[in-house]
Write a protein that binds this ligand. Sequence first.
Ligand SMILES: Cc1cc2nc3c(=O)[nH]c(=O)nc-3n(C[C@H](O)[C@H](O)[C@H](O)COP(=O)(O)OP(=O)(O)OC[C@H]3O[C@@H](n4cnc5c(N)ncnc54)[C@H](O)[C@@H]3O)c2cc1C
Length: 470
Amino acid sequence: MHTIDQLDDGRAVYLNGQRINVATIPIFRKTLALNNQYYALQQTHPTVHTYQEDGQTYDIAFKVPRNVADLRQKHRAYQEIAQTNNGMLGRTPDFLNSGMAVLAERSAFLGHNDWTDFAANAKRYAEQVKAHDTFISHALQNPQLDRSQPINGIPSGYAGVHTIERRADGIVVSGAKMVNTMAPIADDLLVFNPPELLLEKGDTSYAVAFATPLTTPGVKIICRKLLDHPGYTEDDYPLSNSLDEIDAYVVFDHVFVPWENVFVENDYQMSNRFFIDSGIFIQTSHQDEVRGITKLEFATSLAIRVAHVLGLDGFLGVQEQLGRLTANLELIKGAITRSEENGQLDEFGIYTPSQQALLAVRASLPGYFEDALKVTQHLAAGSMVGVPGFGEFNGDNGPILQQALATSRATAEERSKLLNLAFDLTSSGFGQRQLMYEYYHGGDPMRIRSKHYLGEDLTNGDAMLDRLLK
Ligand SMILES: Cc1cc2nc3c(=O)[nH]c(=O)nc-3n(C[C@H](O)[C@H](O)[C@H](O)COP(=O)(O)OP(=O)(O)OC[C@H]3O[C@@H](n4cnc5c(N)ncnc54)[C@H](O)[C@@H]3O)c2cc1C
């Protein structure tokens, strides 16, 4: 764990054209404080958030799941962490740590080259992360420059991250990765390639997977525009003025990576396998979907609270809409439980959640989340966009507004804060980024649904069909 002032450590973070010290940006301070709840819960709720191994105490995310009870405990821990930020922080440390747990056990497939043992490197790195509880951000998606071309068809050198020099002590890489959530405030960056938009033979120099501290010379973290609203309070913008899970474009300018931190190099097929075969994909998906459901619970409750406070919840048509949201929530909760109950031991004795059930969550959650936001927008209607700034309550118009906006269901301030929250989640820049996040952060839903269809066991359905059609 680090405090925000420790992030004045030489990292090259840029915001709006200026190189900045992240500690000076108020919304980064707040975001890191929320992110650090991951560490705080280890102290305040150790029975759920920690486990013992060889006399040492570790966060539960690092535990290699061996049975369904392990996955259930991890589920509970992920959920409690997500509840501290209402599911709005997608990349708290437990996300990648869940993958580090299994990388250490599954790394043998990475093999070696003439200079280094990739398998041993990955195992050692995962163990170091566990020992120090390092906060990792990950960078897999390559910039969307011209998707009609393979990476090697784009001459700029920024269509991904590629090796430009191979030395006895390591590699030198240059290039870029497209979106790295939390990179400005994390410790390390884990760089690899996605399991979709696969690399081809000609992309071999881009076939790298490695980890590097975010302070490494040549790593430039270029933040997107901030989403908070200086000058307004958290009563006006309850979400966007309390956190921003900042995304950044990361440039690598002749970055040296010692061999010990390299896990794949100069092997496009291994690069394509890295995310899935390491087990990182499936275990991070479990964390990710638990976090996503926590957010859906928050959004569903918000829609229902808005309906109640505005006196709409007695209407049958409104109840039908709210019932759709609660039904969606129930279905999704059932799917994640199914992913745990239907898990299987892999060849390393790792209890692995059902991929089909997790992919079903990932295929459906973006739509369910969007539905919850739309219902809230439609119910809160004009009142949501017409809420005066909270400062009005302390100004000349305060007494009028106190009277005019109060109902038997809520005081003027309670009602305004709820409507501000509704606006922030559904309609502000922050809310729109959250919508994008749920849609895309776990990969393209089109590919996820295709993958689900291709992986589904339809034995029973096919047998019935065959019987009838014979
Ligand atoms: C808020 C947010 C946070 C993110 N955080 C991270 C992060 O921390 N780390 C990280 O690595 N990534 C992150 N991402 C990136 C995310 O992983 C990608 O956006 C996602 O995987 C989709 O990839 P893409 O953006 O490259 O879109 P593409 O894959 O290029 O797809 C864009 C559109 O084009 C279509 N398309 C593209 N290629 C084809 C094709 N060959 N055939 C048919 N259709 C095609 C797709 O269906 C889609 O509609 C984040 C994204 C968002 C929105």
